[in-house]
Design a protein around this ligand. Sequence first.
Ligand SMILES: Nc1nc2c(ncn2[C@@H]2O[C@H](COP(=O)(O)OP(=O)(O)O)[C@@H](O)[C@H]2O)c(=O)[nH]1
Ligand SMILES: [Mg+2]
Length: 240
Amino acid sequence: MKFLVVIPTFNEIENLRGIVSLVLQQADERGSVYGVEDLNILVVDDNSPDGTGALANELARGDSRVHVLHRTNKEGLGRAYIAGFNWALERDYDVICEMDADFSHDPKYLPDFWRLLKKHDVVIGSRYVEGGGVKNWGQVRKFISRGGSAYARAILGLKLRDLTGGYNAWRKEVLEAIDLTSVESEGYAFQIELKWLAWRRGFKIVETPIVFEDRTYGKSKMSKKIFLEAVFRVACMRIE
Ligand SMILES: Nc1nc2c(ncn2[C@@H]2O[C@H](COP(=O)(O)OP(=O)(O)O)[C@@H](O)[C@H]2O)c(=O)[nH]1
Ligand SMILES: [Mg+2]
């Protein structure tokens, strides 16, 4: 299995080196047990003012498994992922995995993804199934996140618990079947829309528990605007 972890970054200078090394460590220690012969990382940086792009270049020079895609403007998480997905599809990766740079998505769960990918097309890292959870989040953020998934589930009729989460792995056939050029969402809506499109096409989707820890370094880029985008776009997805 050729496996690509796509990590979008905007001002993640304190986090990137650590997360890249933890992912590679999982591959070195456990990859072969699960048939992952080749694991690569693609950092998609939107010209971060803090120099994350230059750090990514340095990491790529130090390890041939690390690649970098530089974009000139900050265009949001969704655009960065689409660029990363297209990069992967042009290079024949079997599975493409989304992961944040800020350690909220612990690479220790990768073996669970690898195991489940043998029998499923999509594996979702889920905070809202037995064994999953969130750490260091205030009540408001917890409520918004759970409420967001419940809202999307109710409107779309999807039987998945964690719809807004961004720690997900996709077999390439799924991303090929989805018309990526039609996906315009930016933030949480992007994660919901991908799952919705995969579900509608009948792909086999499974949730695996993850405990999501809030970041220690750097700032969240999610905003009220991105939250409202999700509320609006989910309603539109139902209508389409
Ligand atoms: N390339 C790129 N990455 C982004 C953008 N917005 C957020 N990210 C990255 O996406 C990941 C998740 O963002 P984050 O702010 O931690 O979201 P939160 O965990 O929901 O608060 C992090 O790795 C960010 O650096 C963007 O506009 N462009
Ligand atoms: Mg985060």
